[in-house]
Design a protein around this ligand. Structure first.
Ligand SMILES: *[C@@H]1O[C@H](CO)[C@@H](O)[C@H](O)[C@H]1NC(C)=O
Ligand SMILES: *[C@@H]1O[C@H](CO)[C@@H](O)[C@H](O)[C@H]1NC(C)=O
Ligand SMILES: *[C@@H]1O[C@H](CO)[C@@H](O)[C@H](O)[C@H]1NC(C)=O
Ligand SMILES: *[C@@H]1O[C@H](CO)[C@@H](O)[C@H](O)[C@H]1NC(C)=O
Ligand SMILES: *[C@@H]1O[C@H](CO)[C@@H](O)[C@H](O)[C@H]1NC(C)=O
Ligand SMILES: *[C@@H]1O[C@H](CO)[C@@H](O)[C@H](O)[C@H]1NC(C)=O
Ligand SMILES: *[C@@H]1O[C@H](CO)[C@@H](O)[C@H](O)[C@H]1NC(C)=O
Ligand SMILES: *[C@@H]1O[C@H](CO)[C@@H](O)[C@H](O)[C@H]1NC(C)=O
Ligand SMILES: *[C@@H]1O[C@H](CO)[C@@H](O)[C@H](O)[C@H]1NC(C)=O
Ligand SMILES: *[C@@H]1O[C@H](CO)[C@@H](O)[C@H](O)[C@H]1NC(C)=O
Ligand SMILES: *[C@@H]1O[C@H](CO)[C@@H](O)[C@H](O)[C@H]1NC(C)=O
Ligand SMILES: *[C@@H]1O[C@H](CO)[C@@H](O)[C@H](O)[C@H]1NC(C)=O
Length: 643
């Protein structure tokens, strides 16, 4: 069976790009430096998390309507025999809350996660050539309400949204031309080297380091605490944001001002980070999980249970009100937000003192990083520092209510490496979550000796399930999932599996989970988290692998797969409207739903085989063969092993 040969198509298809101008340089002309100004007469406040914001509620009215036609087209193509899906959508058009409400969650795991997730999004995106032909899933993204990303997954989501909601296909197609200007995801240049000087950036490596330092200095000079995450976020932007110097003036809140977002043409992007005070450790049942939406920043957890307006994050608040008449804007730089969600990776920058990387860094950057490390200490080098919007807020439950600063870390640090959290909030009424898991849980000695490293085990979804059972879950009921050994023994970590199929087995409404674990379809996409540079061939192979995971090899692994995706989408909705489940869907659920069976015997060594014919990525050598793997030894980085 042949894999869907998408790479070849990419190279030859004459794809038009999305045009010029990206996101909004809302903080121009101040670059990366946040600005203080008189607060608006309608001063920003913190609100309780007991409802959705007015902005989100009103946006949802547009978005849910905008998903109906793409959803009708998609379901029509998925061939759900025994249900007239056109009729079904039409019958419920007047009450969209009856119809499916879709979320997508893209896990962390560095570039592996960004690229594997990109393949899934490409498969789900009707803008991808041929993605709306038989056996394909194009249009699922257009039918989706929320798209969540965490850490490496936040790079994917953030990059698309800050670049005028471009498509993965356009990003990859862009760099097939000789002209490098406008290319992003240039991963052959590691974060240490910086961009090619003929690319979208103006600088050579020296200029690149200098701008990381001066931007961060300017923020520091304006009175804000800076951490390594500032340098990291700025560096990331050079790979992810298509604007001069990685768009220092582009803000996360400005996404809300973009026509394609405000008119409901795109899903809402949600990025996730965890709260962690210096010196603390967190696990899933004691972390406070924060979400960045284009409108707001805050947490639904019973600890903080509040949200601040995104545009004014950086402002000093006390007890829910601004504490002066001065409001800060421009703090929510897109790279800083993505860097916060992925802050564990900023430890890469601190490897500067080892022999392999030392020569690549400017001494100014080395000095700057060393100075930051002196004040925050190595164990907390992964922290991002925010003026705490929740200072004096909910003292009775908020562990940070007494602190003027709020320190956030990588969203995967509490082991919930898939950003389910914002999607399982009952207020959002999500029906189905397509969950892409690119965690690297296995290693040569785990789950048993002789296993292949770098593949998921189910640990990330288990962490979310366990959290839902503890007090901090706060009503976020979550599908039951089995233990890790069962994941291996039943192969649930290797093929798509539906969890929570039977809504009546849950005590309150919660989404059906379509779990999509990273596995080898056409390429061994278990690349090391420490791999910091990828040539375009390998980059595209990982994306292609994700594409084949999403489509199950263009339906060649199971020609019922597209139908089963449709059944998963419809499941909760059919339940709500009391509609008979077509027998083709019952067959799907028999095949793809976890039925509650467990087998916690010791698994065999995990050695997954390629499901389809492998793509060839050879010829030529990698430009930066000496990876930093051997050099990395600090405590924080060991956390990267699973991410
Ligand atoms: C799309 O499908 C057509 C017809 O099968 C094929 O000729 C073309 O190469 C495909 N394009 C891509 C980008 O795969
Ligand atoms: C980046 O922007 C340039 C010019 O604004 C545009 O031509 C190019 O297509 C963009 N690149 C991507 C990947 O969207
Ligand atoms: C953004 O993308 C849309 C759709 O592809 C395109 O029509 C528009 O010109 C782009 N806008 C800017 C400012 O680049
Ligand atoms: C929409 O349908 C739901 C049941 O799914 C019902 O509770 C609600 O009242 C309906 N709304 C309208 C406006 O008919
Ligand atoms: C969270 O739980 C872990 C494991 O029990 C513990 O080590 C840590 O101190 C706890 N952190 C907080 C903030 O309570
Ligand atoms: C969630 O937590 C808040 C704050 O403690 C509380 O008011 C609310 O009732 C909780 N919701 C559920 C469903 O438990
Ligand atoms: C900066 O961090 C220190 C602790 O390291 C804290 O006391 C102070 O409030 C922070 N300042 C701001 C502006 O957040
Ligand atoms: C909440 O805590 C803050 C800071 O510790 C304190 O100043 C404030 O008075 C407290 N508020 C209430 C209502 O107890
Ligand atoms: C392998 O993974 C297990 C489980 O996460 C972990 O305890 C162990 O330290 C890992 N071993 C190595 C060599 O990374
Ligand atoms: C149904 O719920 C029970 C109790 O939460 C759980 O043990 C069981 O695994 C669930 N069954 C399925 C198929 O999810
Ligand atoms: C990836 O997994 C395959 C087996 O599925 C294994 O042969 C290979 O060594 C692993 N690659 C890396 C980089 O660990
Ligand atoms: C790209 O990288 C892969 C993986 O390291 C390597 O096997 C391949 O030879 C490289 N291809 C080119 C064209 O450089």
């Amino acid at each position: 069976m042949l894999p869907f040969l998408f790479t070849a198509g990419l190279l030859t298809a004459g794809i038009t790009n999305a045009g010029t101008g990206r996101a909004l340089p809302a903080n121009a002309p101040h670059g990366y430096t946040p600005q203080e100004d008189d607060c608006p007469s309608d001063a920003p406040t913190i609100r309780l998390a007991s409802s959705l914001s007015d902005e989100e509620t009103s946006w949802l009215r547009s978005r849910r309507q905008a998903t109906l036609d793409p959803m009708r087209d998609l379901l029509g193509r998925l061939n759900i025999r025994g249900l007239d899906t056109d009729q079904y959508i039409n019958n419920h058009r007047n009450n969209v809350s009856n119809l499916p409400n879709i979320g997508i969650a893209v896990s962390g795991g560095g570039y592996r996660a960004m690229l594997n997730g990109a393949g899934v999004l490409e498969a789900f995106d009707s803008r991808t050539p041929n993605s709306t032909s038989a056996g394909q899933l194009g249009g699922l993204l257009q039918s989706t309400t929320y798209l969540a990303g965490l850490s490496g997954g936040s790079w994917l989501v953030g990059s698309i949204y800050t670049n005028n909601y471009t498509s993965v296909n356009d990003i990859l197609a862009q760099d097939t031309s000789d002209d490098d200007s406008g290319d992003i995801w240039q991963l052959e240049n590691s974060i240490f080297e910086g961009p090619d000087s003929d690319g979208i950036q103006l600088f050579d490596s020296v200029g690149y380091y200098a701008t990381l330092v001066s931007d961060t200095d300017n923020k520091d000079g304006a009175g804000f605490n800076v951490t390594i995450t500032d340098y990291w976020g700025r560096a990331l932007s050079f790979q992810l944001v298509n604007a001069t110097d990685g768009g220092p003036e582009y803000t996360w809140s400005s996404i809300a001002e973009q026509g394609w977002f405000s008119d409901g043409s795109a899903p809402m992007p949600l990025l996730v980070a965890d709260g962690r005070a210096p010196g603390q450790k967190i696990v899933s049942d004691n972390s406070t999980v924060y979400t960045f939406t284009p409108f707001e920043f805050g947490s639904n957890d019973p600890t903080v249970y509040g949200f601040a307006p995104m545009q004014y994050v950086g402002t000093d608040f006390f007890a829910g009100e601004t504490s002066t008449d001065q409001c800060v804007t421009g703090f929510d730089n897109v790279g800083f937000v993505m860097g916060t969600s992925s802050s564990l990776f900023n430890s890469f920058l601190t490897t500067i003192n080892n022999a392999q990387t030392a020569g690549l860094f400017s001494s100014a950057l080395q000095d700057a990083l060393t100075a930051v490390l002196r004040t925050i200490g190595e164990d907390d080098e992964d922290i991002a520092d925010y003026p705490n919007p929740f200072f004096g807020w909910r003292n009775e439950s908020n562990p940070n209510s007494g602190d003027q600063q709020l320190t956030l870390v990588d969203g995967g640090e509490d082991l919930q490496n898939i950003p389910f959290h914002p999607l399982i909030q009952p207020l959002r009424h999500v029906d189905v979550i397509f969950a892409v898991d690119s965690s690297a849980d296995t290693n040569a000695s785990w789950p048993v000796d002789g296993s292949a490293p770098g593949w998921p085990s189910g640990a990330a979804i288990i962490a979310t399930y366990e959290r839902s059972l503890s007090d901090i879950g706060n009503g976020t009921d979550f599908a039951s999932v089995p233990d890790v050994d069962t994941f291996f023994n039943l192969g649930l970590n290797k093929r798509p599996t539906f969890f929570g199929c039977d809504a009546s087995n849950l005590s309150s409404p919660s989404p059906l989970i379509v779990y999509m674990p990273n596995a080898p379809y056409v390429y061994n996409s278990n690349v090391s988290t420490f791999d910091l540079d990828y040539n375009d061939t390998e980059r595209n192979a990982i994306v292609l692998n994700g594409y084949n995971m999403a489509t199950q090899g263009n339906g060649s692994i199971d020609d019922q797969w597209p139908t089963c995706v449709g059944c998963a989408i419809l499941s909760r909705s059919l339940d709500r409207t009391g509609t008979d489940v077509p027998s083709v869907c019952r067959d799907c659920f028999d095949q793809y739903c976890w039925d509650g069976t467990t087998d916690n015997s010791k698994p065999d060594p995990y050695q997954p085989n390629m499901a389809l014919e492998a793509v060839d990525v050879t010829s030529g050598a990698r430009r930066w063969a000496g990876s930093v793997v051997g050099a990395v030894g600090c405590a924080v980085l060991s956390g990267l092993m699973v991410m």
